[in-house]
Write a protein that binds this ligand. Structure first.
Ligand SMILES: Cc1ncc(C[n+]2csc(CCOP(=O)(O)OP(=O)(O)O)c2C)c(N)n1
Ligand SMILES: [Mg+2]
Length: 527
């Protein structure tokens, strides 16, 4: 079969597998697939997105896959181009996202001969399902991600008309909620932990069992009356924490040490309703795997949940007071404004580092059933590719409003996400940058101790002095500098296209802010 015929057949198979969005980065070897995908786009069978930077393209596809919960292929040419997909594939691997890398290659006979732009692309991404037979693509698309290395021989392109048939689009499949499996014997002082992508079952379990719900912002479960706000600090400061005897864990919790420590406690029965423990953040000695559809055999005594709710109300009020206090509280004010600005049907993509942790500290649970989606790349918690993920998710998911919330280094790391050609689909997306000229999270960790002050700023703080506004101008993206106080009104504006709202926040008071929050909560719940 000619390269063109192989690629046309592959596009047909991808459409049959439910592919409706595809990403390509330009190149010669991948040309026949790019042409076939462009023809499918023209025919209305899928939507094509073209990007110059492969790393960006990979994360764009990741965001499209997260937003649509469908397979999304990203196509590159051979050589270093293909290796640029590695970060997105690693994230997809650890978060279970349906990302398909299609790397064009020269025929195998040219490997090791010094032929131009030819390296060994076989199994280039260890741990990712690999294949080199385009005709067998259906078997490769199991549980994401996957890599198809596509050997194409010359002649690469053929002129001529071709268009695939348009397939009907299946309704978007969300995570299924059903707790009709076997009954779990509940202990009197259980809690539910919902990590990244836990989905509605975590909330439903907590509600059925009358339990406190300790849900990360990107869990998809921080909804309803059982969800707590300041659980991370409550675990450290309220005596209730010592009484916990059972944890029912959903999703992939990675965000905070108090949760990790709780899961490691040998006096706690850790129960994981899942098919396997591969996303469990600890050596699973004390975790038991149970049926994913398990339901509680009894309600907890109401005083258990009530006590947590009272402690949470006091802790959250104390955190709010710290947030409102002067410039040092500004990072938490930004998080509060972002949390409040997501309307029903809205989308929020949150960057790693402080943004997700600040949000975790202050985010009020949303109302159940209002279809907000909060996502974050928590598979490996990289600060790379976040803007591209946000652009992809905003393109894939029809949202009433789409927001991204990132630190300045996270923004700068993936600024090429804004490199979008004039004819390309472009979402309506507001990017909020908590801008403190460097990586402030490290100030809150061990290395932020004054003992490391002489070396801290250069190797952890990493100030850049970059002018984010001028960078945006180069990409043709509107940019505004705002204070945290002005952010809520700006977030309420109607938006067309991509815009950046940069909120300068101090970095030198980060360690003091963390200590102040800690102290305030401790005093509030001890009182
Ligand atoms: C790709 C990648 N490189 C390095 C890191 C380590 N890292 C974690 S947070 C961080 C700093 C992030 O700075 P910024 O986005 O400005 O957020 P801030 O901590 O200032 O709130 C770095 C470098 C990472 N997580 N991912
Ligand atoms: Mg920063």
């Amino acid at each position: 079969m000619s390269a063109t015929s192989i690629c046309r057949a592959l596009v047909e198979d991808l459409l049959d597998a439910g592919v409706r969005e595809a990403v390509i980065a330009p190149g010669s070897r991948s040309g026949p697939l790019a042409i076939a995908l462009a023809a499918a786009d023209r025919a209305g069978a899928l939507r094509l997105h073209v990007r110059v930077d492969e790393r960006t393209a990979g994360f764009l596809a990741l965001g499209l896959a997260k937003g649509s919960r469908s397979w999304v292929p990203v196509v590159t040419t051979s050589g270093t181009a293909s290796a640029n997909l590695h970060p997105a594939l690693l994230e997809a691997r650890h978060a279970g996202v349906r990302l398909l890398a299609v790397t064009a290659d020269r025929p195998a006979r040219l490997r090791g001969t010094g032929a131009n732009q030819t390296t060994d692309q076989v199994g280039l991404f260890p741990g990712v399902a690999y294949g080199d037979d385009p005709a067998a693509i259906a078997t490769l698309l199991a549980d994401g991600p996957a890599h198809l290395n596509l050997e194409l021989d010359e002649p690469l392109v053929e002129a001529g008309e071709w268009a695939p048939a348009v397939r009907p689009t299946e309704p978007r499949g969300g995570p299924q909620v059903s707790l009709d499996g076997p009954e779990l014997a509940m202990l009197p002082h259980a809690v539910v932990v919902a990590g990244d992508d836990a989905g509605p079952p975590a909330r439903q379990f907590a509600e059925q069992a009358g339990l406190p719900l300790l849900a990360e912002p990107s869990s998809g479960a921080r909804n309803g009356d059982n969800a707590l706000v300041a659980y991370r600090l409550l675990l450290e400061h309220t005596p209730l924490a010592a009484q916990i005897d059972q944890v029912v864990m959903f999703g992939h919790p990675t965000l905070s040490r108090p949760i990790t420590n709780l899961l490691a406690r040998t006096d706690v029965d850790v129960v994981v309703p899942a098919r396997d423990l591969h996303r469990f953040p600890h050596p699973p000695e004390h975790a038991r795997l149970v049926d994913p559809h398990v339901g509680p055999d009894a309600m907890a005594p109401p005083t258990w949940l009530d006590s947590w709710r009272i402690a949470d109300a006091m802790a959250s009020a104390a955190i709010d007071l710290v947030a409102e206090r002067g410039p040092s509280g500004a990072p938490l004010e930004v998080a509060r404004a972002v949390n409040a600005a997501v309307p029903p049907g809205g989308l929020l993509v949150v960057g790693s580092s402080n943004p997700i942790r600040d949000l975790d500290l202050v985010a009020r649970p949303y109302t159940v059933g209002e279809r907000r989606l909060v996502i974050s790349n928590r598979g490996l918690s990289g600060i790379d590719g976040t803007l591209s993920t946000a652009v992809g998710a905003a393109l894939a998911r029809p949202s009433s409003r789409a927001l991204a919330y990132v630190g300045d280094l996270t923004f700068l790391h993936d600024a090429n996400a804004l490199l979008i050609g004039p004819g390309e689909p472009r979402p309506d997306l507001t990017i909020v940058v908590a801008s403190d000229d460097g990586g402030s999270i490290f100030a809150t960790l061990e290395q932020g101790d004054p003992a490391f002050a002489d070396v801290f700023e250069r190797v952890y703080g990493t100030p850049t002095g970059a002018a984010i506004g001028r960078l945006c101008e180069a990409y043709g993206v509107p940019h505004r500098l705002l204070t945290a106080n002005d952010l809520p009104a700006a977030l309420d504006e109607d938006v067309t296209g991509i815009r950046v709202l940069e909120v300068p926040v101090p970095r030198d008071s980060r360690r003091a802010l963390a200590a102040a929050v800690d102290d305030a909560v401790r005093r509030a719940v001890e009182a």
